[in-house]
Write a protein that binds this ligand. Structure first.
Ligand code: 9Z3
Length: 401
């Protein structure tokens, strides 16, 4: 029996996985844009961060009508990109198409519709002109200026993906293209990447049918030779022609190995995120990921508290470090559960707390404050930049010896 992807070495799994799919149509265009962007910033000796953001889809059909998706809106990625730009980085923003984008995110969310920020001019001379409402002038001007600065100085490259396979192709190409950056490259992998997929060889070509279709008309609504995978007997209504859909997914190979060991530039910093829902598992799973892939930092977060707390898991002391938005400055979140802040740490009490609940962080109070409270990325990014700076300096010292 042929080995499954998870039984192969990372390099073997890479070649099998990437040979199954045609590269995304946009890849050559994205590569050309990225090459020019990277050249520009290598020339300027500027640091470049690749921020990945948003969820990946898992198509059920090659001509895709249906797909599996996940919750991620891309808030973490889009917000982090803005703070990286403030820290002087150039940002390649590899994002799920139509997810939140840096700067425009302030006005594109369903609860922050841009139309609510606008009005018709009241004066008779200007009648009919569209203006920004008085109470939003300052905030919108600030966002607009930052956006324009990033655009005019070629500091932000937006590259979209949709499926998990597209994401993998883009990540591999971008990491290789970033090699000339050396230690000036940073990988910040915040996208919520599916752990499961349907291999191309088992995927139905056409829309999966929910009713029996005469055999001579069925051009491929079932995966080749795999009737049993996508269809089931209709136990509840034996009379009807309707079919059950049973989906059988394979694990997506873990490409972090390949990124760290092969694709990424020597001396670059790799930061991954670990998402959990069970507070008792978060630190354990984050540490396991760090040990498995031997990279530099895992940022652990719980689905329910991710806007207010994260944990930095590092290979060196302090090993576990909690970053929290002070209680009085937390945004209100419909999906979040504030009572759960501190729960994951309480199950493992040897971590040091960076911004404990009781203490306000004076920097955070001014900075990164929005209508919705302090954004945790305003605490995460400067800490990360300090770590990256140390790595860049160490590499420079090594190169001098
Ligand atoms: C994260 O953990 C991100 O912080 C979130 C951000 C996806 C939670 P939002 O887009 O959410 O702001 O709503 N990203 C990484 C999740 C992930 O898939 N990690 C992999 C894993 O947990 C490792 S690379 O196995």
């Amino acid at each position: 029996m042929a080995a499954t992807l998870s039984e192969m070495s990372p390099a073997e799994a890479e070649s099998v996985y990437f040979n199954e799919y045609p590269p995304p149509k946009n890849l050559p265009n994205h590569e050309a844009l990225a090459r020019a962007f990277i050249d520009l910033h290598v020339e300027a000796n500027r640091r470049v961060v690749l921020v990945t953001s948003g969820g990946t889809t898992v198509p059920l059909e090659a001509q895709t009508v249906r797909f599996i998706d996940n919750f991620s809106a891309g808030t973490r990625g889009a917000t982090s990109a803005e703070y990286f730009l403030e820290q002087g980085y150039a940002v390649i923003f590899l994002h799920r198409q139509y997810s939140l984008l840096p700067y425009s995110r302030h006005y594109s969310h369903s609860t922050n519709c841009f139309l609510d920020f606008m009005d018709e001019a009241p004066s008779t001379s200007d009648q009919g002109r569209i203006v920004v409402r008085d109470e939003y002038q300052k905030e919108m001007r600030d966002v607009l200026r930052k956006y324009r600065y990033a655009k005019q100085n070629n500091l932000l490259l937006l590259l979209p993906f949709t499926t998990v396979a597209e994401y993998m192709f883009e990540l591999r190409s971008l990491a290789k293209l970033m090699r000339p950056l050396g230690a000036n490259a940073l990988f910040y992998l915040a996208a919520a990447v599916s752990d499961f997929f349907i291999p191309r060889s088992r995927m139905a070509e056409h829309k999966i049918q929910s009713m029996e279709v005469p055999a001579h008309l069925d051009k491929g609504s079932k995966a080749a030779g795999q009737d049993d995978i996508y269809t089931g007997e209709n136990e509840d209504q034996p009379q009807s022609q309707r079919k059950k859909l049973v989906i059988n997914l394979d694990p997506v190979p873990k490409f972090l190995h390949r990124l760290v060991d092969g694709w990424a530039p020597d001396g670059s910093m790799v930061v991954s995120f670990k998402l959990e829902t069970d507070p008792g598992l978060l630190v354990y799973k984050s540490r396991t990921a760090l040990q498995r892939y031997s990279h530099h930092l895992v940022i652990g977060n719980l689905l329910s508290t991710r806007k207010w707390e994260v944990v930095f898991i590092t290979p060196d002391a302090p090993y576990e470090r909690w970053i929290r938005v002070p209680k009085s400055r937390r945004s209100k979140s419909i999906s979040g559960v504030e009572d759960q802040v501190g729960l994951a740490e309480a199950q493992k009490l040897n971590g040091s707390v960076l911004a404990p609940d009781a203490e306000a962080d004076p920097v955070a109070a001014e900075h990164g404050t929005s209508r919705d409270g302090v954004e945790i990325e305003t605490l995460i990014i400067p800490e990360l930049v300090k770590m990256h700076t140390k790595m860049v300096e160490k590499k420079a010292q090594r190169d001098q010896q």
